[in-house]
Design a protein around this ligand. Structure first.
Ligand SMILES: Cc1cc2nc3c(=O)[nH]c(=O)nc-3n(C[C@H](O)[C@H](O)[C@H](O)COP(=O)(O)O)c2cc1C
Length: 333
């Protein structure tokens, strides 16, 4: 039985990767995770240091049209990238590459194009094995049309593809009117994989201070279920590979993720809560499942329960919804 998979052009010994998180700031924890079997580390994201400047760039592009896009690529002078944050991040890439035998995937968090192309180049030079690109523009104004924002994302993907040779994944939020369409376009623009889904902070109102507070609630089964469904829908509609993440806690989640169509399965919180050794427990559980069900590899299983396999996916989706709601009384009692 073979556990290995090829994700983002990298030979991984199994599908279980560490999701972008502060774990990558600690070389010893990453080494322990490697010792217990994880197949790659996704680093915490390098965030744009002056996010306001970046948003101005995007605003500029959104309001001044297409021509402004190429200008935007030259928006930041080269020296802006030689900052403390970036230097620190590059040192982290070097440290992890020196300490680990498994691939290190660097992560960029931003919305602009020019800036991220420059960062992507820097991380490629630093020795990252692949990239994860977080695409997120906070669409909070009525005039931010879905088309404009999606076009901006796709232009960003195309620019990174054009200017770097590293394979990269895009980490996406669940909020798309037609996610399968966007996934297809992302593949056409040059993304090699999609990480479903990204997770953002949660807002609450502090009634004492009368202000917004931000927190990060733990992900749970609902998050995993949403990602599973999205991967199952997207699988087979383009060349895009999938990495599923959010609420992954069991070895059987690896099996479910691959059955839906994922090549990699990412987890962060469970390693923080249960320690590095738990990666070994998950992998053993997954391997046992495969053996008991006589699968020879994850490749053989991939997408076996994707929507692609259903004769009429839209009818199936609608039938499931109607059936669930018509029985919803029984969910309460
Ligand atoms: C403390 C913390 C920090 C995170 N930092 C990042 C980050 O820098 N970049 C990123 O793309 N995702 C980040 N994430 C999101 C995770 O990569 C992952 O998508 C999310 O936590 C869901 O997976 P999980 O349920 O296994 O934790 C972070 C999550 C946590 C809990």
């Amino acid at each position: 039985m073979r556990m290995n998979v090829n994700y983002l052009g990298l030979e991984l010994k199994n599908p279980l990767v560490v999701s972008a998180s502060p774990m990558s700031m600690h070389t010893d924890r990453c080494r322990a995770l490697e010792d217990h079997g994880v197949s790659a580390i996704v680093m915490h994201s390098l965030f744009e240091e002056q996010i306001n400047a970046e948003l101005h760039e995007v605003d500029h592009m959104l309001f001044h049209g297409k021509e402004a896009f190429s200008e935007a690529l030259d928006f930041f002078p080269e020296s802006r990238f030689e900052n403390y944050e970036t230097e620190n991040y590059i040192q982290r890439v070097h440290a992890l590459k020196a300490a680990l035998g498994i691939p290190v995937i660097a992560s960029l968090n931003g919305v602009s194009s020019g800036g991220w192309v420059q960062y992507a180049k820097l991380l490629e030079e630093a020795g990252a094995d692949a990239l994860e690109l977080n695409l997120y523009f906070p669409a909070d104004r009525a005039w931010n049309t879905p088309d404009t924002i999606e076009k901006h994302y796709l232009d960003t993907i195309a620019s990174v593809k054009k200017n770097t040779s590293l394979p990269f994944a895009v980490k996406l939020a669940p909020a798309f009117t037609s996610l399968p369409h966007f996934l297809h376009e992302a593949a056409t623009a040059g993304a090699a994989a999609a990480v479903l889904f990204n997770r953002f902070y949660h807002s609450e109102i502090d009634l004492e201070a009368l202000e917004w507070t931000r927190t990060l609630y733990r992900s749970g089964r609902a998050d995993f279920s949403a990602a599973l469904r999205a991967v199952a829908m997207g699988y087979g509609q383009s060349d895009l590979q999938y990495c599923i993440g959010g609420g992954v806690t069991e070895g059987t989640d690896i099996v479910k993720g691959v059955m839906a169509g994922a090549t990699a399965v990412a987890a962060a919180t469970v390693f923080h809560d249960r320690g590095a050794a738990y990666a070994g427990v998950m992998l053993e559980e997954a391997q046992q499942w495969l053996e008991e069900h006589e699968y020879e590899s994850f490749d053989q299983m991939r997408g076996s329960i994707s929507y692609n396999k259903a004769p009429n996916p839209s009818a199936l989706e609608r039938a499931n919804y109607v059936e669930l709601l018509s029985q919803s009384d029984s969910l309460w009692y």
